[in-house]
Structure formats: structure tokens, C-alpha cells
Design a protein around this ligand. Structure first.
Ligand code: 8YV
Length: 315
């Protein structure tokens, strides 16, 4: 047993984050699920928890950690962290905003191009020798099309900046109007009615659950594309599958799903979708930057310094 502060990892962390943590902390790697007996023994001395953007850190887990002082999330989303429960015990929660803005925005643009120009299908078309039977059917243009962004936060604004370079018109809906040169829509149905691409980049959680539902998809229409790089919970997945099957919308590109890593077979069977496994921030450079920032938050707390990036509710 070391005299370093004990930190519980609640998800499988990347090796470079594990290595950095182990220099300064006693890292207990998912002990709460791998070894309940050892976890019960160690729980009274666990002083911090760290995990990813989809990690569950609920009231029940926190109640088992009487010495818990802080939660450091390696991700910008923290919708499965019970921040209210943490605040009741004056336990700060930190996350890793900004370092991944460009990465997620790049993927959103890549997904828009992929679903409109059918890039995965084109790749398969060549690989499967279908080209020998004739040309691929025509796709749809992205440059100059109308983009609607649901959630114009830091990542949403990075997406808008990229889309402007593609000559796209930009409209958005957000909790509040922003000081930006883009058309604001008070609700998502109004936005969906007036765009060709609807890109979802809101936070997850109860407040946005099924924000994109059958009504929104109908408004988006048979030449519209849905792109989701936020959280799977923001989209009513069953309604989306029906809309894709019956042509209510032209297609969808999804990086997040309601029950990751399980993706409904009906969705995986569709030809008018592009599916990626929650890789929004998934590059070496960006995940290293996220790990460094998650570590810096832990180090700051235990050194008694101001936290670099507390979540908005803990500022
Ligand atoms: C995950 C994400 O955090 O940043 C987020 O909110 O969704 C991802 O970047 C990723 O699994 C790294 O933990």
C-alpha cells in the first residue's frame, strides 16, 4: 500500500494516462467491478475518481467513497456524472473541454461528406468489383448546402467555421442566442425545416434526451441528413431507424448510439447510413491532450491549486 493518494479509474484508461497517473497516484483500475472485496477494503481511502466522457459516476458509487475529494473526467461530456450529488459534498467535477474541439468538428465534417457523397459505400463498390458492372449512382452535393447546428457551443462553432469554408449557409438552435452571424431558430423543428444537414452537438443527459424525435426528422425531410456527434441519447434511435427505412430522411451519419457499444442490427443493415464507433476525439494527439488535462486537474487539486477546467456547474 503506497502513501500516494488513491485514485479509482471507472473506465479502461489509455496506457499513456495510466502511466502518468501511476507516477503520482495509487491507481485502482476499475476495482469496483473487478474485485468487489478489494474495493470494499480500499473504498475508505479512495480520494479521487477518474474516467471518460461516458463513465457512470453516480450517487451510489460516491456514497461508497467517504474520502472522495474530486472527480476528473477525461472527456468534454460528463452526462453520467451525478454533479448534484458531488456538489452536495463539495466534491468538484472537472472535464476536458477545448482540447478536442477541432477533432470532433473535423469528424462532423467528415461524416457530412461521407453520408452525402456515400464514401464508405463507394469504397465497398470498388472493393467488391461492382464498378465493372457500371458507374455508382449519383450522390448529393454538400458544398453550398444549408447546415443546421443543434447546440452552438465551442465544438458547434468549430463546425460552423469549417462549414463556412465549404460555402454552406449556417443556422442553429441553442439554449440561448449567440453573438454570431448565423440564423438563430428558437426550436429544433424550425431549424430542421430549413436545412439540408442537421448536425447534433449538444450535451447529453436528461435535458436533451430524444431532442431529435420523429417530428424533427419529418421536418428535416426526404433530402435531409442527420449527423450526430454528441450523445446517443439525444436522438430517438428507434424513430430514426424508421425514418431511414421509409425515406422520411435521406440518410444519417452517427458516431454515438443509445446503447454503446451495441448498435441495433436494423441500423447496421441500412445502406443510407455511415456508422463510426464514438471516435469523435479519437486521435493520438487529442486523447493525449485530454489525458494531460485530466491529469492536470487531479494534480492541481492535490497541490491545493485552482482547478484548470471544472465543469460549469462547479465554477
Ligand atoms: C470520450 C467523449 O470522453 O469527450 C467526450 O465527451 O465523448 C469522448 O471524447 C472518450 O471516450 C474519451 O474518454
Amino acid at each position: 500500500r503506497s502513501d500516494k493518494p488513491a485514485v479509482l479509474a471507472v473506465m479502461k484508461l489509455p496506457p499513456f494516462y495510466v502511466e502518468r497517473l501511476q507516477r503520482d497516484f495509487e491507481l485502482l483500475d476499475r476495482l469496483h467491478v473487478t474485485d468487489p472485496a478489494a474495493f470494499s477494503k480500499a473504498a475508505p481511502r479512495i480520494r479521487a475518481v477518474t474516467g471518460g466522457g461516458e463513465s457512470l459516476v453516480d450517487r451510489e458509487l460516491m456514497a461508497r467513497l467517504p474520502a472522495l475529494e474530486m472527480v476528473s473526467i477525461m472527456g468534454v461530456g460528463y452526462d453520467k456524472v451525478d454533479v448534484a450529488a458531488a456538489k452536495e459534498r463539495r466534491i468538484p467535477v472537472t472535464h476536458t473541454p477545448d482540447v478536442l474541439n477541432d477533432e470532433v468538428a473535423d469528424l462532423a465534417i467528415g461524416l457530412m461528406l461521407s453520408v452525402a457523397r456515400r464514401l464508405p459505400q463507394a469504397d465497398r463498390f470498388v472493393r467488391e468489383g461492382q464498378w465493372e458492372q457500371g458507374a455508382m449512382p449519383l450522390a448529393r452535393k454538400m458544398s453550398g448546402a444549408r447546415l443546421g447546428i443543434v447546440g452552438l457551443g465551442r465544438i458547434g462553432q468549430a463546425i460552423a467555421k469549417r462549414a463556412q469554408a465549404f460555402g454552406m449557409s449556417i443556422a442553429y438552435t441553442s439554449r440561448s442566442r449567440k453573438d454570431v452571424p448565423h440564423d438563430f431558430h428558437a426550436d429544433v423543428v424550425s431549424l430542421a425545416s430549413n436545412v439540408d444537414f442537421l448536425v447534433v452537438i449538444t450535451p447529453g443527459g436528461a435535458g436533451t434526451r430524444h431532442l431529435i424525435d420523429a417530428k424533427v426528422l419529418k421536418a428535416l425531410g426526404p433530402q435531409g441528413y442527420l449527423v450526430n456527434v454528441s450523445r446517443g441519447t439525444v436522438v430517438d434511435e428507434a424513430a430514426l431507424i424508421r425514418a431511414l427505412q421509409d425515406g422520411t430522411v435521406a440518410g444519417a451519419a452517427l458516431d454515438v448510439f443509445e446503447d454503446e457499444p451495441r448498435v441495433p442490427p436494423a441500423l447496421r443493415a441500412l445502406d443510407n447510413v455511415v456508422l463510426t464507433p464514438h471516435i469523435g476525439s479519437g486521435t493520438v494527439q487529442t486523447r493525449h491532450a485530454m489525458a494531460q488535462l485530466a491529469f492536470d486537474n487531479l494534480a492541481a487539486h492535490f497541490a491545493g491549486r485552482a482547478l484548470p477546467t471544472p465543469v460549469p456547474e462547479c465554477r
